[in-house]
Ligand binder design. Structure first.
Ligand code: NAD
Length: 426
């Protein structure tokens, strides 16, 4: 497994638990030494315990040495980052760098090289040409693409029980190997062309992002029409063609995947001559979302300047410590620029957030973050915030304003406590 990030590490842990021997290749010596002792560099439920179990089994081998790992492997997975360039294009340098290292170390005989990083159609073919250029004469290889659909916050569970496994491969041998690797997963397997598998990952993520953009537009129109977006979602969700899942009005899509995957797919569509796309439009709308909402919030507070804001929720969503492209981080940047004082809380993402800001106080305890504040901003969907005693909070606050960006509180109940409540689409 080349790459020990959120995907590579979770997947390695699950594959080792299934009984495979997994070399986990990473670049960082310090993190590698820590991993050998069972210390992971991010949080995901169940990951630490599984890694410790795998290490004890001897089937999970952290290393920085390709020479140790690749020649001993029947299959090499590429699981490295695919960030956006400033212009929105995808940066494939980690994928191609990994391919070069794998190529140089391929053993005599056959190895299947599986790309799992999210990459545009055609990339896996380019990986093949890099492998070809760098390999020894006697080395044989094939490439495949197997998209990853796990979600941070449930990575282990998702890896064990994915909705589907997509195998993009061109030979029976490659398909059989990938089926065998996943034989302990009781999910539907779909065999496709490599380019289709690459496309499926983008098509899925872009569709999910589109639902978020659409529901945000509905929410904004609801606010002007006396409708309540939560009731609207319930009503439309009962239509089986639409379904009730994944309708989240809020500050727009964030996290480590959607923003870059929408940007990359939009750039890819343009490259192949499709310039007038809904993908491009939704990317633009989503980028304006936080500013649009914060303008409305600021109007309610008259000004952010000089206000003390207690922020609840820093990670991009519940169950993770990942703050990459987290709406909360962008909101805090705006609040600081507008001269507000910010105190914040999150159950998991405190250490990561401290690396971004040196001027804000961050507490594990949400009650401390909101004490003496003019307003409370709930900026992700952490379950903990539903259980907070807002009556107690009200007594310690200076002001009485709550901005609930994920509609997790009951508006009527909160208003009864004397709060001035602002949700989304209500
Ligand atoms: P990440 O940034 O957390 O991890 C990638 C890791 O690869 C980094 O630690 C980096 O140092 C390492 N790396 C880069 N080049 C390397 C090399 N040559 N050798 C060894 N290690 C190398 O990224 P991630 O979140 O794990 O995502 C990986 C891929 O999976 C991306 O393409 C992403 O879009 C996709 N994906 C992510 C998720 C998710 O929820 N995070 C879900 C599905 C798919």
């Amino acid at each position: 497994m080349v790459g020990a990030g959120y995907v590579g590490l979770a997947l390695s842990a699950v594959l080792a638990d299934f009984g495979h021997k997994v070399w986990v290749i990473r670049k960082d010596d310090q993190k590698n030494e820590a991993l050998k002792k069972g210390k992971t560099h991010f949080y995901d439920p169940g990951l630490d315990d599984l890694v410790k179990k795998d290490l004890a089994s001897g089937r999970f081998i952290p290393t920085t040495n390709y020479k140790e790992a690749i020649p001993n492997s029947e299959v090499a997975f590429i699981c490295v980052g695919t960030p956006s360039r400033p212009n929105g294009d995808i940066d494939l340098s980690q994928v191609f760098g990994a391919a070069k290292e794998i190529g140089k170390n391929l053993r005599k005989g056959y190895t299947l090289v599986v790309n799992k990083s999210t990459t545009p159609p055609g990339t896996t073919k380019k990986v093949a040409s890099i492998l070809e250029k760098n390999k020894q004469k006697e080395a044989e290889f094939e490439v495949a693409f197997c998209p990853e659909f796990l979600r941070e916050g449930s990575a282990i569970e998702d890896s064990r029980h994915p909705d589907r496994i997509i195998i993009g491969a061109e030979s029976k041998k490659a398909i059989d190997i990938l089926k065998e690797i996943h034989s302990k997963v009781d999910s539907l397997v779909l065999e496709t062309k490599i380019a289709s598998a690459e496309f499926i990952k983008y098509a899925a993520n872009n569709y999910l992002a589109l639902r978020i953009v659409y529901v945000n537009q509905l929410a904004d129109i609801c606010e002007k029409s006396g409708a309540d977006i939560d009731e609207v979602i319930e009503g439309i969700g009962l239509d089986k063609r639409i379904g009730s899942h994944y309708w989240y009005p809020g500050l727009g899509y964030g996290g480590s995947c959607f923003p870059k995957d929408v940007a990359a797919f939009s750039a890819y569509a343009k490259k192949v001559g499709e310039t007038d796309t809904i993908i491009k439009k939704m990317h633009q709308l989503n980028r304006k979302r936080i500013d649009k909402i914060l303008k409305k919030v600021e109007k309610k507070l008259v000004t952010f300047s000089g206000k003390t804001i207690g922020v609840l929720g820093l990670a991009c969503k519940k169950g993770t410590d990942d703050i990459r492209e987290s709406p909360a981080i962008k909101v805090i940047e705006i609040l600081i620029n507008k001269k507000a004082q910010v105190k914040a809380s999150d159950p998991l993402a405190i250490e990561n957030t401290k690396k971004c800001f040196n001027r804000i106080e961050i507490f594990y305890d949400p009650y401390r973050a909101v004490k003496n504040s003019d307003a409370v901003f709930i900026l992700n969907d952490c379950e903990e915030y539903k259980k907070i005693n807002f009556d107690k909070i009200k007594k310690t606050m200076k002001g009485n304003f709550i901005f609930d960006s994920r509609n997790i509180l009951d508006k009527t109940k909160i208003e009864k406590l004397g709060f001035n409540y602002m949700g989304i689409g209500k």
